[in-house]
Design a protein around this ligand. Structure first.
Ligand SMILES: Cc1ncc(COP(=O)(O)O)c(C=O)c1O
Length: 375
């Protein structure tokens, strides 16, 4: 018989009792690990980030029975009304600005600088909250084509003047808005101001926190109503809303597929890449595991000739929402996203009997700058 050396284990067969004991120890260890992981996943602590409170109550979550039946009645369409967020005409930027302006104030800023398109909802809301906080606010507006800017234009442009922007600078589509904002910040700093730059659409890891937190509001509503959502359709633009929602769902261990409808002139491949990269950065900020790439779905079929340019499908969707449900969309973001929703429902992309949630991100003030399109 071979005698094993000291300290060397031999593969002697275990008795049934020993095997059972060892198995149960392994199972106990696995349960503890899983609980630790679940705990890690379910805890996203937003209190460690500076934040202002602009969103006082959850936005309505409602069925759209007339629209659902108009589209054939096979799919039950619901809407989450972030267009009804409070203050200067509402919209998705309010959730992001809670964190962006929170950080600006925490850093002692007295002036905000941001940028956007000529009819930017983001610029309107940043300016409105700057006013509410007693901050100055400079806007950098990007022309799509040289000469596009009309200082007398209606819609959000009218509201920039009403809300009293500290300054408006127009740049061309070829300029880099970040460089232009930095130049402005340097000038203001030299003049003794404390500027804070909010990127386009507040779409960085700070602003996107607002849409990761949105998921907690949504899940509370769904759980309270015992409502199961099978698909979620949202706009995908400067990426903060999309990345925030995807990271928030992942961090809450919720597996609802999210379809982002591209509203900027970008391919779905590029948009997927950009949304995913922000979602991963946001996950790091929130100390949750990296968001898998397959969680990001983008569709680029509804942009038409380009960003902010009307399409027939957008017009139809704006009329449908207005006339079937009394809801105002906008021509640039929610109108094109709704055009995507309508087409996907009509083409059977959502299985019969499923419940589809549409995120209304606001923007209706821009309608008044597009009146001729709807005549
Ligand atoms: C009304 C509206 N909806 C959707 C979006 C797109 O959101 P995001 O830029 O976070 O992708 C915007 C962006 O400006 C918007 O103004």
């Amino acid at each position: 018989m071979q005698i094993p050396a000291r300290g060397v284990f031999v593969d002697a067969p275990l008795s049934a009792d020993q095997r059972q004991f060892s198995n149960s120890r392994f199972i106990l260890f696995a349960i503890i690990c899983c609980q630790f992981l679940i705990f890690e996943f379910n805890t996203m602590d937003f209190t460690r980030f500076p934040r202002r409170r602009y969103c006082k109550n959850p936005t309505p979550l409602e069925p759209l029975p007339r629209l659902s039946s108009h589209l054939g009645g096979k799919v039950d369409i619901w809407i989450k009304r972030d267009d009804l967020l409070p203050d200067a005409s509402g919209g998705n930027k309010t959730r992001k600005l809670e964190f962006s302006i929170g950080e600006a104030i925490a850093q002692g800023a007295d002036t905000l600088i941001t940028c956007g398109a000529l009819q930017s909802n983001h610029c309107r809301l940043t300016l409105a909250y700057a006013r509410k906080e007693g901050l100055n606010c400079h806007l950098i507006l990007i022309e799509r084509e040289p000469g596009d800017y009309n200082p007398k234009a209606s819609g959000n442009n009218f509201l920039y003047h009403l809300l009293g922007a500290s300054g408006i600078r127009i740049i061309t589509a070829e300029s880099d808005p970040l460089v232009e904002m930095q130049k402005m910040a340097d000038q203001l700093q030299k003049a003794g101001k404390k500027p804070y730059i909010i990127p386009m659409g507040a779409s960085n890891a700070v602003g996107a926190l607002g849409y990761a937190l949105f998921v907690e509001e949504l899940m509370t509503q769904l759980n309270d109503m015992a409502l199961k959502i099978d698909q979620f359709v949202i706009p995908s633009g400067s990426t903060g809303t999309h990345a925030g929602i995807v990271a928030g769902l992942f961090g809450n261990n919720v597996d609802i597929p999210v379809t982002g409808i591209n509203v900027l002139s970008r391919t779905k491949e590029l948009q997927t890449e950009l949304v995913h990269s922000l979602a991963v950065e946001l996950a790091q900020t929130l100390s949750i595991p990296a968001v898998p790439r397959e969680r990001v779905i983008c569709v680029d079929d509804y942009i038409g000739p380009g960003y902010a340019l009307p399409t027939e499908a957008m017009k139809e969707a704006v009329f449908l929402f207005a006339r079937e449900e009394g809801i105002l969309l906008d021509p640039v973001y929610s109108g094109k996203t709704a055009a995507g929703l309508v087409d996907l429902v009509r083409n059977g992309r959502f299985s019969a009997g499923s419940t589809v949630l549409f995120l209304h991100t606001g923007g209706s003030p821009a309608l008044y700058a597009y009146q001729d399109v709807f005549e």
